[in-house]
Ligand binder design. Structure first.
Ligand SMILES: NC(=O)c1ccc[n+]([C@@H]2O[C@H](COP(=O)([O-])OP(=O)(O)OC[C@H]3O[C@@H](n4cnc5c(N)ncnc54)[C@H](O)[C@@H]3O)[C@@H](O)[C@H]2O)c1
Length: 258
């Protein structure tokens, strides 16, 4: 007789799940038996990830979504309900980190359009997804929301003001959402990764230029890979964390200790 997996009968949606750390979350939930909606603006890649998960025995769908667009978010949740009937876990991972024209520059050279674009995905996207997930989780009797912030919010960094401000907003939203959603048995926490070698980071000359200095600041002197962040998100969705809400787990080899 096989032991049931931890998240059997559970449904998870991971935004920004087509690559990088988001893809690793999808693989983690699938490994634990959850049905997974891989949601990303990169629609074809999201479908490919879902296909890979299905080939390994999981139940997954790939959904194209722009989390900054209300209608697109609405369609994503409709599709999840139609496909799986309910929702237990929402991981708000989608973000614009590096794919703006010049991501590292003084704030006074940042255009309003760049600022707004980052905020619309990284902050408004979290708002829209939480708002739409709430009634579905409520019908289920509860749920878990994991917002993805960054350890950088606890240390001032130059040259990415819009991105770091957006991640600070996500941490603040997490605490307020935890208060508002607690009465509905919905726990809201955030995972704050440090420097992690996702494809986006590996392909960015600017991010590669700080790799050595980040490593020097770490207690544990090793590279952090997407798979290293997954355990924290799974833990926050598990039965062992039922009384944890409004909190932040920093996964960063000890580089910054908030
Ligand atoms: N890699 C790091 O060093 C690091 C450090 C701290 C925090 N983070 C956070 O971890 C998360 C994942 O980062 P990553 O390194 O895997 O980067 P990534 O750029 O590979 O992941 C972001 C994902 O979000 C998707 N996305 C972007 N805009 C979207 C939109 N409008 N709608 C839907 N999906 C959209 C992208 O297509 C991509 O798949 C992000 O929230 C990032 O801010 C990463």
């Amino acid at each position: 007789m096989t032991t049931p997996k931890r998240f059997e009968d559970r449904v998870a949606v991971v935004t920004g799940g087509a690559r990088g750390i988001g893809k690793a979350y999808c693989q983690g939930f699938a490994r634990e038996g959850a049905a997974v909606a891989v949601a990303d603006v990169l629609k074809d890649q999201a479908r490919e990830v879902a296909e890979e998960l299905n080939q390994n025995g999981a139940r997954a769908i790939g959904i194209g979504v722009d989390v900054s667009d209300e209608r697109s978010v609405d369609e994503m949740f409709q599709r999840i309900e139609a496909e799986f009937g309910h929702l237990d876990f929402l991981v708000n991972n989608a973000a614009i980190m590096l794919d703006v024209d010049v991501p590292f520059k003084p704030f006074w050279e940042t255009s309003l359009a760049e600022w707004n674009r980052i905020m619309s995905v990284n902050v408004t996207g979290v708002f829209l997804c939480c708002r739409r997930a709430k009634p579905i989780m409520e019908r289920r009797g509860g749920g878990r929301i994991v917002n993805i912030s960054s350890d950088a919010i606890w240390k001032g960094y130059e040259s990415q003001l819009a991105y770091f401000s957006s991640k600070g907003a996500v941490a603040v939203m997490t605490r307020s959402l935890a208060r508002e959603l607690g009465p509905f048995q919905i726990n809201v926490n955030n995972v704050s990764p440090g420097y992690t070698l996702s494809e986006a980071v590996l392909h960015s000359p600017e991010m590669q230029s700080v790799r050595e200095s980040v490593l020097k600041s770490c207690c544990i002197k090793r590279d952090q890979n997407p798979q290293d962040v997954v355990g924290a998100a799974l833990f926050l969705c598990g039965p062992e964390s039922a009384c944890i809400t409004g909190q932040s787990i920093v996964v960063n080899c000890g580089a910054i200790m908030p």
